[in-house]
Design a binder for this molecule. Structure first.
Ligand SMILES: Nc1ncnc2c1ncn2[C@@H]1O[C@H](COP(=O)(O)OP(=O)(O)OP(=O)(O)O)[C@@H](O)[C@H]1O
Ligand SMILES: [Mg+2]
Length: 353
């Protein structure tokens, strides 16, 4: 039957497409007006330029129309006052009500996994992107923070574009599917534009990505680090002492040697080392494995560091292609590829920090 309660009940089952909580839960329903068989719903938006207005309208019309006795549904928009926005931020856990200070950045994720390597180009970003989608597919709530501010590559690899919405000084991460949240410098500058920040600004950018992004209750946050043991790693160590370092290396002796440096940095900064993944381990043709970059370097590194070895990822053309086109093989690839990344993702998810 068409009553205000029935409409509110329906609105309680429709989520804001960005904040992923229902309109009633977010106190975004301004009014419900019923005139005969015509319903008008007033929704208070967080920001006037909400990019997903159309989706909100169609979701509400679709839902409310199902109520018996409804002929037409209209949606009208208004914008939150500062006070309402403050309340919303509290509700989303961005500020604690008593102190009005941001909640500790260590609270929004259960575990922080910093994907690192001694040198560039060994596949950190590719592995991070694929592990993140594999984990999200398993039902974990996963974030990916592209901490490579100069050389960001996560948006392209995950096939996610757009500008994050800002609610005052808080940014809403972009999403891929229900379980994956993403933040990258790449959402703010063009792919070919240089980012020319130096130390202190870089530090600030990373801190902001941790503290001013409305990460929504993550099980895991993957931090895709720039190569080497530079400032960003130190910032992470300072900001998130509980972060675990996942070392990516190729099997070569020299690569292993530099990867070892990351691990020693971890020791110095008191970060723990979660384990090692060897990437570009071999190239397989007709069932024959060619160990182009040598063999077992990753395993040996893990032994030396007394940490876990999570496995080998072979050289695969389609892995590169999937990364270039935004279709990670961990979800869009062959069965073997999907199960390879699912296996490593599960091993990480069930590992003890
Ligand atoms: N196992 C693999 N098989 C084939 N290509 C791969 C593999 N791993 C990574 N690549 C490709 O190698 C290139 C470098 O990978 P990626 O950008 O992930 O490395 P990175 O360590 O993040 O680099 P950077 O240090 O610049 O951040 C990319 O083009 C990627 O698609
Ligand atoms: Mg990278």
């Amino acid at each position: 039957m068409l009553t205000k309660e029935a409409v509110l009940h329906v609105l309680g089952g429709i989520e804001d497409p960005e904040l992923r909580k229902s309109f009633t839960e977010l106190d975004m329903v301004k009014f419900v007006d019923i005139a005969g068989s015509d319903v008008t719903v007033g929704i208070t938006l967080t920001v006037p330029s909400c990019p997903l207005k159309e989706k909100i309208v169609s979701d509400i019309i679709e839902g409310v129309k199902l109520i018996e006795g409804v002929d037409s549904v209209k949606v009208e928009f208004d914008v939150m006052t500062n006070e309402q926005r403050e309340k919303l931020k509290q509700k989303l856990g961005m500020v604690s009500p008593e102190s009005q200070t941001p909640v500790s950045i260590n609270k929004f994720a259960k575990r922080f996994i910093a994907v690192s390597s001694g040198k560039g180009g060994v596949g950190k970003s590719t592995v991070a992107a694929n592990l993140a989608v594999a984990m999200a597919k398993k039902g974990y709530k996963v974030g990916v923070l592209d901490a490579d501010v100069y050389g960001f590559s996560i948006p392209r690899m995950l096939g996610v574009t757009g500008q994050p919405t800002a609610i005052d000084d808080k940014l809403i991460p972009l999403r891929k599917g229900d379980n994956l949240q993403i933040m990258s410098m790449g959402f703010f500058v063009g792919e070919d534009e240089p980012v020319i920040w130096r130390g202190p600004l870089l530090h600030k950018a990373i801190v902001q990505f941790l503290s001013d992004v409305m990460w929504d209750d993550l099980d895991f946050l993957f931090l895709d680090l720039p190569p080497g043991t530079g400032d960003v790693t130190l910032t992470i160590a300072q900001q998130i002492p509980s972060a675990e370092i996942l070392v990516i290396t190729t099997p070569q002796q020299t690569a292993v040697h530099v990867a070892g440096r990351v691990a020693r940095l971890a020791e110095k900064t008191d970060l723990s080392v979660l384990g090692v993944i060897e990437n570009m381990s071999y190239y397989e043709v007709n069932g024959e494995r060619d160990y182009i970059f040598g063999k077992d370097g990753g395993k040996l590194l893990a032994e030396e560091l007394k940490t876990k070895f999570f496995g080998e990822i072979p050289l695969m053309k389609s892995l590169r292609e999937g990364a270039d086109s935004g279709n990670p093989v961990a979800i869009d690839g062959t069965e073997d590829q999907i199960s390879l990344f699912a296996g490593i993702a599960e091993a990480i998810a069930t590992s003890t920090p």
